[in-house]
Ligand binder design. Sequence first.
Ligand code: ATP
Length: 437
Amino acid sequence: MLDVTRRFGATLALDGVHFETTGGEVHGLLGAPGAGKTTLMRILAGADRPDRGVVTVGGAVVTGADVRLMRAAGVALVQRHHTLVPTLTAGENLILARPTGRLRGGTRAARQRVERLADRYALAVRSDVPTGELSDDERWRLELLRALDADARLLLLDEPADDLVGAFRRIVDEGRSVVVATGRPEIVLAGCDRVTVLRAGRVALSGAPVDGLAATTLNGLLTGPALPPAPIAVPGPPRRIRLTVTGATLDRLREAELSVSGGEILGVVGLDGNGQHELEQLLAGLRAPEGGRVEVDGVPVPVGDAKARIAAGVAYLPGDGARPARWRPALRQRLRAGPDADARRLLVARELSGRPKVVVAAYPTRGLDPATTRAIVQRVIAAAARGAAVVWFGADLDELFTVADRVMVLAAGEALGFFHPPWDRGAIARAMTGWPS
Ligand SMILES: Nc1ncnc2c1ncn2[C@@H]1O[C@H](COP(=O)(O)OP(=O)(O)OP(=O)(O)O)[C@@H](O)[C@H]1O
C-alpha cells in the first residue's frame, strides 16, 4: 500500500502509510494498542477503504475492493474474533468457508482434510467435537487452517496466539506470505523475517530485516518520542506546482483556473460537451487558448507540434477516438485497427518513457479489458510517483476515485468545484449537472 490514510472522526488511524510485503516472507507489523495495525490489515483485506492512497496486489490496483474480491485474489484476514459456527465441527466449518461451499466426500472427507492440514502445519485441532467446545487457541488454529485450505496466498494474522509462530515458516516455504500484526516484539524476533513498526498511525520503521534487531530497539520504536508529520505525497521528489492553467478560454471552456503539483493526480469529470474536450486539447497542445495561459514549469505548452510537446515534458494518453499526429507507421496501423489493447499499451509506454513533467490522460482506459486497464492505471500512478503532475479525464467515477487525489467537476465550461476523499458521489453528480450542492 502506498500513502494510505484512514481517519475515524477525530482519530487519524493511518497517516500516509507505505507498506509492502513479498511472497515467501513473514512480515511483522508491530505496534502498541491503537497504533493502526487492524485498520491496515482490514484495508489490505478489502474490509475497509482508505480515505487516501493506493493498495495494489501483484501490480494490480485493488483499492476499495471488497472482501470477496480480495479473497479471490488470495488475501485472507484471520482475526481473533472468530467466525466459526459453534455447533458445527471443524470439518463442517471448513466446508462452509470454501468458495464453493462444498467438498467432495462430505463431512467425512472434511474431517480427514482438517486432520491432514493440522498435521502438515503442526496446528493441532480436534476434529470430532463442535467448535464451541474448542479452546481459544484451537479456534485460532482452525481459522488459520481454513484460510490455508482456501489457498490464501497472503495471510493477514491479527494478534495470533503464540503457538502459531512455529507454523509461519512452513506456510511461507510454500511461497505464501504472512503478515503478523502484534504488539509484542518477542513474536517478531521469534518468527518474522522483516518488520514494520507503526506508531500512532505512522510508520516508525519500514520493512527492516529482523536479523540483528534487538528487543530493546523494537521496544524503543514502539514507545519512542512523537514522529514527525507524515509526508503528504507519495515518495519521490517533493511536491511543487508543475502545471498551471490561468484564465484559459477556448470555445465552451471559460476562464479555467487550475494547478496540479508533481506527484498529484487530478481527476476531471463532466457531462459531454461541458468543456473537458477543450481543456484536453489545451493541455495536450492540440490547440492554442483564445485567452489565458497553459504552462508547464512556467513555460507555455507548445501548440500543434507533438515533438515539441514531448520535448516540453508533456505526455498525452488519449483514449480511442482521439489520436495524436506523428505516429510511427506501424503504431498508426495498429491504432486504426480499433481499440487495440497492445497498441494502447505501446502508446502509454512510449509517452511515459521520458519521465514526463505532466501527463494528460484522457479516457486512457476506455474500451479496454480489465488487465490492460490495470496496467495503464499502474503506469500512470508510477509516473506520478516519479514526480509528474497528472490530469486524468474520466467518465467512470469509481475509476477516478481509485486513481485521483482530487476531482474537478466541469459544468457549462466552468470548474464547479474540487472534491477530495472521502468522495461524495452525490455532491459530484449534482455539480456535474450544474446544480448547487
Ligand atoms: N471503526 C472505527 N471507528 C472509530 N475509531 C476507530 C475505528 N477503528 C479503529 N479506530 C481507531 O483507530 C485507531 C487505530 O485502531 P486499530 O484498531 O487499527 O489499532 P491496532 O493497532 O490494531 O490496536 P489494537 O491492538 O488495540 O487492536 C484507534 O485509535 C482506534 O480507536
